[in-house]
Every structure is written in structure tokens, then in C-alpha cells.
Design a protein around this ligand. Sequence first.
Ligand code: PLP
Length: 365
Amino acid sequence: MSRPTVAIINRQALRDNLALADSLAPASKSIPMVKANAYGHGALEVCKALQNAPAFGVACIEEAVALRSAGIEQPILLLEGTFSADEVAVAADHNFWLMVENEPQKQAILTSTAEKKVTVWLGIDTGMHRLGFQPEDIDQHYQQLRASDKVAETIVLASHFACADDLQSTATPEQIECFDRCVTTDDISADDNVQFSLANSAAILGWPESYRHWHRPGYMIYGNSPFSVAQNNADQLTPVMTFQSAIISLRQINTGESVGYTGNWTAQRSSTIATVTVGYGDGYPRQAPNGTPVLINGVRCPIVGRVSMDMITVDVSELSSVAIGDKAILWGTDLPVNEVADYCDTIGYELLTRMPSRVPRKYIN
Ligand SMILES: *Cc1c(COP(=O)(O)O)cnc(C)c1O
């Protein structure tokens, strides 16, 4: 007794994908990114499944506190640092690592009244121009933090790539070069307690020259490629989520008859239409046009008619056998979320991240 719409989360795939990151860069440590509810997969369950990870990464202190309260013991990196000065003491108390990306964040640490020291990741803007300090000022910020008794012994210097998913782009080598210039000042080079972090998923898979102490894999551990083209390493990933529903109605329509709201699709031949109980209320993209594939009985069948809140309609005329109750896979193994996203003018990251809580997550393996 329950609606058949479910996101099945394969924990073994999660572990295998993280192991791939580790095998590509055995000298580096990978911090799984579990922000935004682990890209829709369920942050707590993902952390539990990856219990050997050295740390986890989230976007804000609320996400970190929720994991800590639920029993996750590793350090948790706050990727945007603090949003207000009072968060520094909470972070120090809970062993949350703080990105420091701007002057107010730095001052909040330097003037903190927290008793415990806090681990700092100093963000450098090497070209993405979203967060981080200017390259020419890094040495000075580093020195201030190094001199502070509020700051833990290891300081990590970090940056983020804007175009690592484009393997032809010169932006990534330029960012790496900029980073290397920042961290080769006399003071920083002489400091044994300085570490570096550059790589996101695309860099781990495609830019070995970016490998440093700490990696920050996100999308890849969920089993999806950050690239829009085939790539040897990315092709070894296994999708973690299978978004699945089932057929709840079947009908035959005649040539010239239309399907769904606004009747935006009209049958060019006598057709078999399957109604599947999943819609935009479940995070299935409403923009999905006619022709977007749905996997039914192993065959890619096209969506016809508009996506409704709770249902979609699919042309299953090509199937030799089909029945009410048959499973329909919206994305997962054999139908990458990237492929669905391409039809919908977005990226798989968005489709996964915005999956609502209405869809039950079922954890296997
Ligand atoms: C989200 C995020 C990542 C992970 O990016 P993916 O493309 O999902 O691997 C890495 N670093 C930072 C700073 C991030 O915000």
C-alpha cells in the first residue's frame, strides 16, 4: 500500500564512486560534498554510507549542525564560511571547518571569543570571481590568520574552478597557475602546516594537474558525469539514484486525438498511452518536452503531452507487452539524469538537488 514513486539510493554505488576518486588521486583525501541534502540523496544517510570519509562539505552551518546532531562525527567544512560572526564559536565548538572568503568572515575569526581554535580554509579567487580573496592579498591574509591564537595549526588554502567541466578550456590551467603563484610566497612555502585544495568532481576526473591535499567531490560521488562528453574516468561512475514510478493507467487513442493539458501533442497514428504517477510535484521537470525518454520495460519511451503535478503520459506504442503496474524509470542506471536534463535545458545537478521530500528515499545495499 503506497504510491510507487520512489528514489532508490544505492549505497554501494556511492562507496564505489568515492573509491574511484580515491584511486585516481591516492595521495589526496576526498571530502564528499553533502550540501543541499547530498544533492537530493539524503545527507545523513549519505554520510553514514561514507563513514570512512575524513570530513564532509556543506553550504551552511544549519546543514552542518543537523548532521552533527544526528551523530556524524567527522569535521564538516562550511563551503561559504560563516554568514554572521556568532557562527564562529558554534563552528569551533562542533569542529566545523570554516572557509574564509571575505574580510568580515576573517575579522569574525580574529576577534572570536570562542575557547577552541577553529580550522580555517582560506579562499582564493583565482578566476571564478564569485568568492575568495584577491590573489595579491593572500599572503597578508594568511599571515594574519597564522598569527592568531584562534586559528588551528593547519591552514588550508583553497580555490574553486569555474570551467573544469570543459576539458578544452584554458581557464583551468590558468586558475591552477594563479593558485600556485599565491602559495609560493616565502612565508607560505616555509610553513609545514599549510595544505591545498582545488579539485571538484570534474577536476578529479579530468585534470590531474589540479591534485593537491584535499579534494571536494560532489556530483561524481552520486554517479553522474560533470562532463557533457564521454570521458574515460567519468564513464566508470555508477548512478546512485534510481528515480522510479509505475504505470497506473493505459489507453488506446486514435490518430488526431490529443493528450494532457493544453493538448500540445496529437497522435499521428493509433497510439498506446501510459499514465505514470510522477509529476512536477515530485521534482520531475515540467519543462520536459514531448520526446523526453522514460525507461519502461527496458525501452526508452517518449513523453507525450505536458507534465502534470502528479502524472506524466508516455507513448508506449512500441512496447510488445505493457501492463498497469509496470515500472517506469525516470532516471538512473541506463537512463542518466544528464540525458533527461539535456531535454529540459538544465543540468542533472539541478534535477537531483531539487527533488522534494514528497518522494520517499529508499536505501539499498
Ligand atoms: C559544490 C562544491 C564542490 C563540488 O562540486 P561538484 O561539481 O559537485 O563536484 C566543490 N567545491 C566547492 C567549493 C563547492 O561549492
